[in-house]
Design a protein around this ligand. Structure first.
Ligand code: AR6
Length: 180
């Protein structure tokens, strides 16, 4: 078998809805129950349909009876979504002060590892933890971008899909400054 090719993926910032992205895998900002919730998690389960929830239930029953730990990631197929897979990860709540930055980075690193195991070439991330989990976008953006750049991966393109103008502006500006 040929050795995996690890290069830095190209990074794109997209203003939009992650459930509409035609990529190999979209990342879900889930909770440890894996059974759905609000925000992007709710949107992914609504559009993905019952197949996604059924696979989440099966993963929970087989491996995560106590819940998927914060920072880890697991994949299901994507049901009726245009993507092929959904990678579910659990971000840290912002009030968890001790190790929250490490855990937010781990969400990105572990999601890319799962993407590699699936053979995914294109992966879309939302701004994990910046909604219901209350991270300021300005704190989350540099951690998310650095984690992607620091992870050896065969993924060729990473899209950050930002749902509103403010998040899009912060991620775009952070990435612009990074490249200088
Ligand atoms: N596409 C892209 N981004 C979105 C979309 C969408 N369709 N919808 C929301 N966002 P959140 P969290 C943005 O709250 O903070 C759930 O109940 C949103 O504007 O979805 O990690 C889970 O079950 C924000 O910038 O996730 C957990 O309990 C970002 O996605 C908890 O919320 C993340 O917001 C996870 O909270």
């Amino acid at each position: 078998m040929p050795a995996p090719c690890h290069r830095t993926p190209s990074i794109k910032m997209v203003r939009g809805d992650i459930t509409e992205q035609s990529v190999d895998a979209i990342v879900n900002a889930a909770n440890s129950s894996l059974l759905g919730g609000g925000g992007v998690d709710g949107a992914i389960h609504r559009k993905g349909g019952s197949a996604v929830l059924a696979e989440c239930r099966a993963l929970r029953a087989a491996h995560y009876g106590r819940g998927l730990p914060t920072g880890q990631a697991v994949a299901t197929t994507a049901g009726r979504l245009p993507a092929r897979w959904v990678i579910h990860t659990v971000g840290p709540v912002h009030s968890r002060t001790e190790d929250r930055s490490t855990l937010l980075a781990a969400c990105h690193t572990n999601s890319l590892r799962v993407a590699d195991s699936l053979g995914a070439a294109t992966v879309a991330f939302p701004a994990i933890s910046t909604g219901i989990f209350h991270w300021p976008i300005t704190d989350a953006a540099p951690i998310a971008i650095a984690a992607v750049l620091d992870t050896p991966t065969s993924v060729q393109e990473v899209r950050f899909v930002l749902f509103d103008d403010a998040a899009y502006e912060v991620f775009t500006q952070t990435w612009r400054e990074w490249k200088q």
